[in-house]
Design a protein around this ligand. Structure first.
Ligand code: GDP
Ligand code: MG
Length: 694
């Protein structure tokens, strides 16, 4: 054994000491040994054994990937003239685990990596070395030969696709962001003996690869990358080496050309696959990649114990979940239909406790970390289901509480209003806030009880926000009820004011004359002040918030009393009423003397002059009745002043609103009154003539 190979770098038997062996083969190096140590002899090999130190970028990297004993080493030796160990049937244990490197023969400046390992899956060991070496190969090779039997195509596990997925995933994480150079994945399908065409086999593999890529968890920022961003795919197949030895050799030779002959069809190496590492820097680069691979935690595989724990914990959880669901499920449709299921909380807690107890009893025996993780996941599953159910029930209770609050408050307020009107005053006991507050307390207590009954200790959820939500629902309803209550109060105060004003108006307008409007306005002021005082008291009791809101209500009340007064006034100046008043005034002056005694006309009396005087006086009342005179009021703003419109109703114009009898109607009434007066005059004349005749 030549000394350059070292203890960990055995040479092929019969190897020479110089760079070139007899037969054109070079000396191979165990680049990584079976204890995952990186050889420090790589620089020496590059320089002395392989003559690759001075080639700059003019060399290529090829590696191979695939299950054990699929003829990888055999193929590499055919293609590159290397002498990697080939396992022969009688001598299964002879090959030494590790990553082997060699140079292609003669003028071929290609470095080839062959991975030799134990087949982890078959032996039930972990795949640690397989993963690391594959990750290393993928990272540094320009072309990665993916080797598999034809019969493995489409078989995820058999073709080692699972490993490939893991390796691509980690590759993306470790090298993705600053990855230099793409990689050609060259699928070589061995023992192609069936009638399935290469195209169809390739299509299957291509689909598998796309699916693997879609399923990869990609680092942040690389979520949208595509397989083709990093990899080219190429496919070929070889005949059966034992059944069709000649054809196999022939095909291997053709394939060899693709790696050696730049002019050959399908030449595999492209500038885009290069890692940009000059040959003299390669040893350092390769070692750095290997260190990165070795120290990567993502590749740490679970131990056999952990695998077993995972498997069993899942099984135990599934078994414990069944009775849990059996207990819970019957309640679900009832809750969904809106029923408040009283026993829900108790059933939930019982089922949860039993499920967890059952899980703990069996699962706690297994690998502690796995058990802890699986338990947390199991708790999350249980609590997730319980939460949705509890939430459903709480939502039902919430809307019931809100509905009942609205309807029961409404009823209670009506009762209180009836009692208040029977007692003639609103006492604090029947006030809005006390009545509504009482209903609210009942509702929140009921709801709180339901929330409490659903609580589960240790569950990662709470129903706090639903409680808060109900409060704001009730707040909104309360605000609405309060508005309605204030509307009701306003209407009632208006009625009261109208009653009081009606008397004043009837009294004052019954005998119109000087001071009439001052009297009406005094009545108005009093009615407004009284209503306002009551309103302030009621607002206090109903806890109407905000000075602005209160001021608005006061303003509304004043307007409303004003409208009530105008309404009564208009009734008072209906045609017949006006004529009645004018005739009354005329008669008062003409038919009765200063002492209120009926006149008896004597021939000496100047009946014409008397009549004319009385009629003028009566007619003078018509303009007085035609327009409201507001100047005597203390509470009314000057109707013609700027801003008065904000007090008076919408669309207010002083001219229109203060006019009770428009000019046209007034003329008509004057005419009718004139005729009635004439009749009165004639009657008086006739009476005098009759008197004279007696
Ligand atoms: P490796 O573990 O993938 O490197 O496989 P080897 O190259 O060591 O070969 C394993 C066994 O498969 C040996 O007995 C080879 O003779 C045999 N072998 C190699 N190539 C082929 C092939 O193309 N077809 C068949 N059927 N057997 C092969
Ligand atoms: Mg091998």
């Amino acid at each position: 054994v030549p000394s350059a190979g070292g203890a960990r770098g055995p040479t092929v038997p019969g190897a020479g000491t110089g760079p070139l062996r007899a037969g054109g083969s070079f000396t191979r190096l165990q680049m990584v040994d079976d204890e995952q140590r990186f050889s420090d002899e790589l620089p020496a090999y590059m320089q002395h054994k392989w003559g690759l130190s001075d080639v700059g970028f003019d060399y290529n990297m090829v590696a191979v990937f695939g299950s054990q004993s699929t003829g990888k080493s055999t193929l590499l030796n055919r293609l590159f003239g290397t002498r990697f160990d080939v396992m022969d049937e009688g001598n299964r244990q002879q090959t030494t685990r590790g990553i082997w490197a060699d140079r292609g023969t003669d003028a071929m400046p290609v470095l080839i990596l062959d991975v030799e390992g134990t087949d982890g899956r078959e032996r039930g060991e972990n795949q640690d070395f397989e993963r690391k070496s594959a990750l290393f190969s993928l990272a540094i090779a320009e072309v990665l030969i993916v080797n598999m039997w034809e019969t493995m195509v489409g078989l995820y596990n058999g073709a080692n696709m699972g490993l490939l997925k893991t390796v691509m995933e980690v590759n993306l994480q470790l090298f993705g962001a600053d990855r230099e150079g793409r990689t050609l994945l060259y699928f070589v399908i061995r023992d192609h003996v069936s009638t399935t065409t290469l195209e169809s086999l390739a299509a299957t593999l291509r689909k598998d690869m796309e699916r693997i890529w879609d399923g990869l968890s990609k680092p942040a920022g690389m979520e949208d990358t595509r397989l083709s961003d990093f990899f080219d795919l190429k496919f070929t197949s070889l005949p059966h080496k034992l059944l069709q030895p000649e054809k196999f050799e022939q095909a291997a030779l053709t394939l060899r050309k693709q790696f050696t002959d730049k002019a050959a069809a399908g030449y595999v190496f492209r500038p885009g696959y290069k890692r940009g590492v000059p040959a003299d820097g390669f040893p350092h680069y390769a070692q750095a990649v290997w260190e990165k691979v070795v120290s990567n935690k993502d590749l740490d595989l679970p131990t056999q114990q952990e695998l077993l724990a995972q498997y069993r914990c899942d099984e135990i959880a599934a078994a414990a979940l069944a009775p849990f669901r059996a207990a819970i499920e019957p309640l679900r449709p009832r809750v969904r239909e809106g029923e408040i299921v009283r026993e829900l909380g108790e059933v939930a807690r019982g089922a949860r406790e039993q499920a967890l107890g059952g899980f703990d009893e069996q699962a706690a025996r297994y690998h502690a970390d796995v058990y802890k993780k699986k338990r947390a996941a199991f708790v999350q599953t249980l609590d997730g289901e319980l939460h949705s159910l509890a939430l459903n029930q709480v939502k039902n209770a919430q809307s019931q509480a809100a509905d009942r609050f609205a309807s029961e408050s409404h009823r209670a307020l009506e009762d209180a209003a009836a009692k208040a009107s029977a007692e003639g005053a609103v006492s604090a006991e029947h006030s809005f806030s006390v009545v509504v507050g009482g209903v609210r307390r009942r509702m929140t207590e009921w709801f709180g009880g339901i929330v409490k009954s659903l609580a589960i200790e240790g569950a990662g959820w709470s129903l706090e926000s639903e409680v808060k939500q109900l409060e704001s629902m009730l707040d909104a309803t309360t605000a609405k009820l309060r508005v309605a209550e204030m509307e009701r109060t306003l209407a009632q105060l208006r009625r009261n004011a109208q009653d009081a004003l009606g008397e004043v108006i009837a009294d004052r307008m019954g005998s119109p004359g000087d001071g009439m409007w001052a009297g009406v306005m005094a009545g108005f002021d009093e009615a407004v002040e009284q209503a306002e005082a009551q309103l302030r008291q009621r607002m206090e009791l109903a806890e109407v918030g905000g000075a602005e809101q209160r001021q608005q209500l006061v303003c509304k009340l004043r307007r409303s009393v004003w409208e009530a007064m105008v309404e009564s006034l208009r009734e008072e100046v209906a045609d017949q009423m006006v004529l009645l008043k004018l005739r009354g005034a005329l008669e008062d002056r003409f038919r009765y003397d200063e002492n209120g005694l009926p006149r008896v006309w004597l021939p000496s009396d100047d009946i014409d002059a008397q009549f004319a005087q009385a009629r003028t006086a009566a007619q003078a009342l018509l303009p007085l009745l035609s327009r409201i005179e507001t100047s005597a009021s203390r509470v009314l703003p000057d109707p013609s002043a700027a801003g008065a419109g904000s007090f008076f109703p919408a669309g207010f114009s002083a001219e229109r609103s203060l006019t009770l009898i428009p000019a046209g109607r007034a003329r008509e009434l004057a005419k009718r009154f004139g005729r009635e007066a004439d009749a009165l005059y004639l009657e008086a004349k006739r009476a005098m003539v009759t008197t004279q005749n007696h």
